[in-house]
Write a protein that binds this ligand. Structure first.
Ligand code: C5P
Length: 236
C-alpha cells in the first residue's frame, strides 16, 4: 500500500440517493474518520447545494462528482462555485481538453478554498466496443493512459479511472497523482452496470488512492457491515 495520495480514509461512499432526507439519514450512520462521501448528479440535481453544505458541515470530506464538461469559461465558473461549497474534491471530464482543464485549474487557484481537482478519463461503465462507437480507437487502457497524461500536464491533481488501469498509471505518474477508482465490487456484490471492475483488495494492491463504492454499501441489507467487510478486505 502506498501513502501520499493514499491518505485514510480510503473509502468514498457514493450517496446515490434520490432524496436529501434519505441521504442525510444514511450519512448519520457513518463516521467521517472512516469514510469520505460523494454527492453525484442525481442527489445534487434533486437537493442542490444545501445537501452538500450539510454534509460538509457534519465533518465529512466530500467529493462533488459533477464531472463538468463544457466550454472552458463555463467549466471554470462551475469549478469556482463548487469550490465555494467547501468540498474536498471536484472533477471535470478530461475529454473536455487541455484548455478546459487549465482554465478550471486557474479558477481553483483563485478560490479561497481549494479542493482537489481530478479528471474523469474513461467511464468505468464503458467497454472497448462502446469506445469505438464514439470514435475513440484503441483499448480502454490506451485511452485512459493518454487522457491521464493530458490531465496531469493540464494541472489536474489526479484522475478518476478503473482500478484495472491503476497500476500502469501509478508507474507512470507516481504517488503525487491521485487515482480515484469507481468500478469497485467486493466478491459478494452485484456488478450492476459497471464493466471494468476489481475487488477492494485488488484495487488497493493495484495502486488506487481512493475507492468510490456506492451500491455495494448503500443497497446492502446491513450497510455498516458491508463497510466493515470492505475495510477489513483493504487492511488484509
Ligand atoms: O454503485 P457504484 O459503486 O457503481 O457507484 C459508482 C459511483 O461512481 C457512481 O456514483 C458513479 O456515478 C461514479 N462514477 C463511476 N465511473 C466514473 C466516475 C464516477 O462509476 N468513471
Amino acid at each position: 500500500m502506498r501513502d501520499s495520495c493514499f491518505t485514510p480514509p480510503h473509502i468514498i461512499v457514493a450517496l446515490d440517493f434520490s432524496d436529501q432526507q434519505l441521504a442525510l439519514q444514511f450519512a448519520r450512520q457513518l463516521d467521517p474518520q472512516r469514510c469520505r462521501l460523494k454527492v453525484g448528479k442525481e442527489l445534487f440535481t434533486r437537493a442542490g447545494s444545501q445537501v452538500v453544505e450539510q454534509l460538509v458541515g457534519s465533518g465529512f470530506d466530500l467529493f462533488l462528482d459533477l464531472k463538468f464538461h463544457d466550454i472552458p469559461n463555463t467549466v471554470a465558473s462551475a469549478c469556482a462555485a463548487a469550490a465555494e461549497l467547501g468540498v474536498w474534491m471536484i472533477n471535470v471530464h478530461a475529454l473536455g481538453g487541455r484548455r478546459m482543464m487549465e482554465t478550471a485549474r486557474s479558477a481553483i487557484e483563485q478560490s479561497d478554498h481549494q479542493p482537489l481537482l481530478t479528471a474523469v478519463t474513461i467511464l468505468t461503465s464503458m467497454g472497448e466496443s462502446e469506445l469505438h462507437e464514439i470514435g475513440l480507437m484503441g483499448t480502454p487502457k490506451e485511452n485512459v493512459m493518454r487522457l491521464a497524461a493530458l490531465a496531469r500536464e493540464s494541472g489536474m491533481d489526479g484522475v478518476v479511472c478503473s482500478p484495472r488501469e491503476a497500476t500502469d498509471l501509478w508507474h507512470q505518474h507516481g504517488d503525487e497523482f491521485c487515482l480515484v477508482t469507481p468500478g469497485v465490487r467486493p466478491s459478494w456484490a452485484a456488478r450492476g452496470d459497471q464493466i471494468r471492475t476489481m475487488t477492494p483488495g485488488e484495487a488497493c494492491q493495484a495502486g488506487a488512492s481512493y475507492l468510490v463504492i456506492g451500491r455495494p454499501i448503500i443497497e446492502a441489507p446491513e450497510p455498516l457491515e458491508a463497510l466493515v467487510a470492505i475495510e477489513e478486505e483493504i487492511r488484509g
